[in-house]
Design a protein around this ligand. Structure first.
Ligand code: ADP
Ligand code: MG
Ligand code: MG
Length: 882
């Protein structure tokens, strides 16, 4: 068995399509080597070793040592240096690399192979003692932190003391002798703290680092990232060992990161940042504010660009940009380093991008002939569209701008300020909107970034950790905001004009302009660009599944139609009962002692309901509208607290005791499984009669007065047995026919049911004899299949997900194995007795991409989701069909 794959000198054993085995970084280092790009030689230890490592008590396959030795030899030959050699030592980096890119999640160690002997060789080679000792101390810091578990602050503290002693502010002001002394101090501190010598033997260092990379696969940060991004734990990581190149050997050296197109807007120009005389992570970590790579990006006040400072390297890099895009046919995110005027490529991967950029890049690449329309549709993740469909700042709103940073991730968000990730998580759990403010973020802050509405950092560029992660999450982020001074101790920050913002104060961020504003600023609905429209035309050509919306008001219906909804899949009529003027009549109906009393009250509600339906039908002209008859238990319409009961009794002019008695009478121990849905229709037929009458009168009036027809789909909820449906359908048909006859017009209508109880799914063949359509109410179906109360599950469901007992919240993404089987069975059984039965889904799952794909697979006719998720469902349906 082969565990190690070599790359270097134009040849590589791996390829880009070997990501499963080599991880993304290793596979692409191999690919770049093969296509002739300048990549420092190295080798990749495959993900199979990671799997082996965890399956065998953290040990390696027997042959691994020999393979590593042999590959190291090859690197030594190309570099003409020897690992551990006193005169001419080879230094390497040890880099993790999972299948899917996990930015910053795993720890990389640079300058490995340095010790008190080899550092002399580096001094001789480079002729630069200061550089050599700087590299050495960086290595000791990284290695002791990542591999040995040393508290890195202890070493940073020693560095601070040194600077104080020398009375300097910048690392760059320290001399070779200072660094040399610090290396000794660091090692002594490590010895003292850990009771363990810092390893001098380069081979021991190498295996320590390899072990640490495999070990880091199971660290908390990596686990959190995988959970948030649905990456299975058993994929494992690869380890890349690569010869070092140095961006920190002087002013003809540099390091940087770039995107082949703008990752925020998708615009087709080269976009990146670099630092002169710097190593590796300096750009990403935001320690120094980086400079733009070219003049296109340069803004007044920016430091010189790489195009100006290192023109030859810049042009070589710009050529590589074109080669990479032609080769990968996608926007790339690259890392490079320049050592003494020579350019090296250290990484490429498909770049993370905002939804706007994803759409623009996909549409542009079709126009450029790089990809076809299908590929373009598949390039945009359905869940990503969410960020486009949310509000941005109202341009007319008054804004008190207190600072400006980099527009790192677009969108707008307001919330109260917090300074730690834990606090952000805590407050968000309680439903508070928060903005996480940090000097800079690190992977340890992921959970807080996830919980926050937006992120503001004082330091770091467009490719800093905060920016990259926020863009990936679709979260608004303003980064590198040098205008603010954050004071963690005081839990406050000061903006440039002296405004002090304390923990808990409201601020608003605009991730598209970089502005930071005091207070909460009004937002406006999203503006969808021409590219969005173009993409959605392709989307609609490919998809088979129809997409409807869940809407109760003409306004929601209108929004949904603008987003491309092809009808209403669920109109919840109870929402219409809650309006101030109506609730009185509804309560009168509930309190009525007999049928006559109820009918009298219902007669008051009828015209209002009819008005609602007319409004809805008008918005949905020409499209199907499914209306669900009353579903919730009646107690939901009455107050529960003593004080409220008394107040209501007074306004209704009934004795409080009567009202209280009614409330007690309606009380249920388990209302979700109680007197609701069709059970109300069975016991109080006059309620459903009124609703059916309102629906049909609305439809008839539109035909008669406005000359357009609509086919109402009357939906009866919570059916468990066909008998319930048979009774209620007969009632409804009687009313429908009577109304149609009265108006003397022709109106078609359908009567169907929700399938939301397991018994309904199990007997769907019987139910389909009566039902002309099924709509899966997967919220209730999930609740009743799991025996899991939606309203109480919050107390334990998160633990289930954390402990991996459930892969995710089944109310968010359909449980395909369990609940999904009932849906599938219901469809098959339903079609067996009524082949042309219309099948749809109207639970929250209708807007969840994975669930939409499932619905396509089992052959539903449509999904129905909330208005803002309609484009997401359309795109997911296209993905399902491709
Ligand atoms: P991450 O996955 O966090 O980006 P990387 O393995 O890419 O980690 O490395 C972190 C930093 O170290 C990057 O800036 C990278 O360019 C730099 N680096 C890695 N290997 C080398 C090397 N062989 N020579 C010079 N710099 C390197
Ligand atoms: Mg990297
Ligand atoms: Mg339901």
């Amino acid at each position: 068995e082969k565990y190690v794959y070599f790359f270097g000198n134009g040849k590589a054993e791996g390829r880009a399509d070997m990501k499963n085995l080599l991880g993304g970084k290793g596979a692409n280092l191999a690919e770049m080597t093969s296509i002739g790009l300048p990549v420092p030689p190295g080798f990749t230890i495959s993900t199979e070793v990671c799997t082996y490592y965890y399956a065998n008590g953290e040990t390696y396959p027997a042959s691994l040592n020999d393979e590593v030795e042999a590959n190291l030899k090859q690197v030594e030959q190309i570099m003409e240096r020897t690992f551990g050699d006193a005169k001419n030592p080879l230094l390497v980096s040890v880099r993790s690399g999972a299948r899917a890119s996990m930015p910053g999640m795993m720890d990389t160690i640079l300058n490995l192979g340095l010790n008190d002997t080899t550092v002399q060789g580096i001094i001789a080679q480079s002729g630069d003692e200061r550089f050599a000792y700087d590299a050495y101390r960086r290595f000791v810091q990284m290695y002791s932190d990542v591999v040995m578990g040393m508290d890195k602050h202890a070493l940073e503290h020693l560095l601070e003391l040194k600077k104080a002693e020398k009375n300097v502010h910048l690392d760059t002001d320290l001399t070779a002798a200072d660094w040399k002394d610090l290396v000794a101090q660091f090692k002594a501190a490590i010895k003292q703290e850990l009771g363990q010598e810092f390893p001098e033997d380069p081979k021991q260092q190498l295996w320590g680092a390899i072990g640490a990379v495999f070990g880091s696969w199971m660290n908390q940060r990596a686990i959190t990232y995988r959970k948030l991004n649905n990456i299975p734990a058993d994929w494992g990581t690869a380890v890349n060992v690569q010869s070092m190149v140095f961006g920190n050997m002087g002013d003809d050296c540099a390091t940087g990161v770039a995107f082949t197109r703008d990752p925020s807007t998708g615009e087709n120009y080269f976009y990146g940042e670099y630092l002169v005389n710097a190593q590796g992570e300096d750009v990403v970590a935001g320690i120094r504010t980086p400079q733009p790579i070219n003049n296109h990006q340069k803004k007044p006040g920016d430091l010189p660009s790489m195009e100006e400072v290192l023109p030859e390297c810049y042009h070589q890099l710009a050529d590589i940009r074109t080669i990479l895009e032609k080769h990968y046919k996608d926007m790339q995110d690259i890392e490079f380093t320049i050592e003494k005027g020579k350019l090296f490529m250290l990484q490429t991967r498909n770049g993370k991008r905002t939804a706007t950029a994803a759409i623009k890049v996909a549409v542009d690449m079709v126009a450029e002939g790089l990809i076809d329309e299908k590929t373009a549709v598949l390039r945009v993740a359905p869940s990503q569209l969410d960020q486009l469909l949310h509000p941005s700042l109202d341009p007319k709103a008054e804004k008190k701008v207190i600072a400006k940073g980099l527009p790192a991730s677009p969108g707008a968000a307001g919330g109260s300020v917090v300074f730690t990730a834990d606090e952000a998580e805590e407050l968000a759990k309680n439903g508070k909107k928060v903005i996480l403010v940090r000097i800079e973020t690190s992977p340890e802050d992921i959970h807080g970034m996830h919980a926050a509405q937006g992120i503001l950092t004082a330091r770091g560029g467009m490719t800093s950790h905060a920016a990259v992660v926020a863009r990936g999450m679709g979260k608004c982020c303003v980064a590198g905001c040098g205008d603010i001074k954050v004071n963690y101790a005081d839990q406050s920050f000061v903006a440039c004009n002296g405004v002090v913002v304390k923990k808990g104060d409201m601020i608003t961020l605009d991730g598209s302009t970089g502005q930071v504003m005091l207070g909460e600023v009004k937002t406006v609905p999203p503006q969808l660009t021409g590219d969005f429209g173009k993409l959605m035309v392709w989307v609609d050509q490919f998809r088979k599944l129809k997409v409807r919306t869940n809407a109760d008001t003409p306004h929601d219906a209108k929004v949904a139609r603008e987003f491309g909804a092809e009808g209403i899949g669920l109109c919840r009529t109870e929402h219409m009962f809650f309006e101030a003027e109506r609730i009185a009549a509804v309560r009168e109906m509930i309190l009525a002692a007999d049928v006559e009393g109820r009918e009298k009250a219902l007669a008051k509600i009828l015209p209002m309901q009819k008005g609602d339906f007319i409004g809805l039908f008008r918005e949905m002209k020409g499209l199907p509208v499914t209306i669900r008859l009353l579903d919730p238990p009646l107690h939901e319409f009455l107050p529960q607290e003593d004080k409220d009961i008394e107040e209501l009794a007074a306004t209704m002019q009934v004795p409080a005791a009567t009202l209280r008695h009614k409330v007690e009478f309606l009380h249920e121990f388990n209302p979700m499984l109680g007197h609701r849905g069709c059970r109300l229709g069975i016991t109080f037929p006059e309620i459903y009669d009124m609703q059916v009458r309102a629906i049909m009168e609305a439809a008839c009036e539109l035909v008669k007065n406005e000359g357009f027809s609509i086919v109402p789909e009357i939906m009866i909820p919570l059916i468990a047995t066909v008998k319930e449906l048979a009774v209620l359908k007969a009632n409804a048909v009687k009313i429908c026919d009577e109304v149609i006859a009265r108006y003397g017009v022709k109106v078609e209508y359908l009567i169907g049911t929700m399938i939301e109880l397991p018994r309904a799914a199990l007997t769907a063949d019987e139910i389909a004899v009566e039902a002309e359509f099924f709509s899966y109410g997967t919220n209730d179906l999930t609740q009743t299949t799991f025996g899991l109360s939606r309203d109480d599950a919050g107390k334990f469901l998160p633990f289930y997900v954390d402990a991996n007992i459930l892969p995710e919240d089944p109310f968010v993404s359909l449980d395909q194995n369990g609940v999904g089987q009932l849906v599938r069975m219901g469809c098959e059984k339903g079609r067996s007795t009524r082949p042309d039965i219309k099948l749809g889904i109207c639970g929250e799952h209708g807007g969840d991409p994975e669930s939409v794909i499932f619905c396509h697979k089992i052959g539903l006719d449509y999904v129905s989701c909330s208005p803002f998720r309609v484009p997401i469902a359309r795109l997911a349906a296209a993905h399902a069909a491709l």
